[in-house]
Design a protein around this ligand. Structure first.
Ligand code: FES
Length: 138
């Protein structure tokens, strides 16, 4: 589960300047892949979607489950016509979620927001790539 190779682990508080933590090599996170690391007193999952990286805390807003270790699935959406008549369900092309394995809370990977209740969200972190390395700002 955890890989702290190369990471600079150090606990932080809200008044500390940001730390830039090397998570690993870019190639370790393929499209629709993820890497989970333990650093700075928490667990962070880094996902790659459509070439972009997103970092979310692996701590479910429901009961603290490992939200980022669940299935990665495109959101199910209903196809409606102009009269709001349903034409069945399909998967969103762009809205990708991770599903907490404990009780099924779904979070948008790009925002950390719960699928329905937007006021519920996973903590997010800035993440970037430099010279083939993945760097998370904590
Ligand atoms: S702890 Fe994640 S859904 Fe309950």
């Amino acid at each position: 589960m955890s890989d702290t190779s190369g990471a600079q682990s150090k606990a932080t508080d809200s008044e500390s300047p940001p730390q830039y933590v090397r998570i690993g090599a870019s190639e370790e996170i393929p499209e629709r892949g993820r890497k989970l690391v333990a650093t700075a007193g928490t667990e962070i999952a880094i996902f790659r979607l459509q070439g972009e990286l997103y970092a979310l805390e692996n701590y479910c807003a429901h009961f603290g489950g490992p939200a980022c270790q669940g299935k990665i699935i495109n959101r199910v959406v209903e196809i409606l016509d102009v009269d709001k008549a349903s034409h069945g369900l399909t998967f969103s092309e762009t809205d990708v979620h991770v599903v907490c394995p404990w009780h099924g809370y779904e979070y948008n990977i790009t925002t950390g927001e719960h699928a329905v209740k937007k006021d519920i969200k996973l903590r997010t972190f800035n993440v970037s790539e430099h010279d083939g390395d993945v760097i998370v700002e904590i």
